[in-house]
Design a protein around this ligand. Structure first.
Ligand SMILES: [Zn+2]
Length: 80
């Protein structure tokens, strides 16, 4: 009877461990994704050298004297 009890206990522990493992692995990625989204840094914001408008660096035009929101502002600032 002792062995039966030990086996039952071992099975219970194994079941509990697997359940906890599944829960942890199931929650892990979801929580990670939820946490990572807000943590992701926003686009680097730059100011137009001509009008001061803030826009993402990826959308800014790079001129000789700085960054601009539009081609017109680059032309107005740099006089090309
Ligand atoms: Zn501008």
């Amino acid at each position: 009877m002792k062995y039966l009890l030990i086996i039952a206990l071992a099975l219970a522990l194994l079941w509990w461990w697997r359940t906890m493992g599944r829960k942890a692995s199931g929650r892990g990625p979801a929580q990670k994704a939820g946490r990572e989204a807000p943590v992701q840094p926003p686009d680097d914001m730059v100011a137009c050298r001509h009008c001061g408008l803030h826009l993402p660096r990826t959308e800014a035009l790079t001129g000789q004297q700085g960054l601009y929101c539009t081609q017109a502002h680059q032309n107005a600032q740099e006089g090309s």
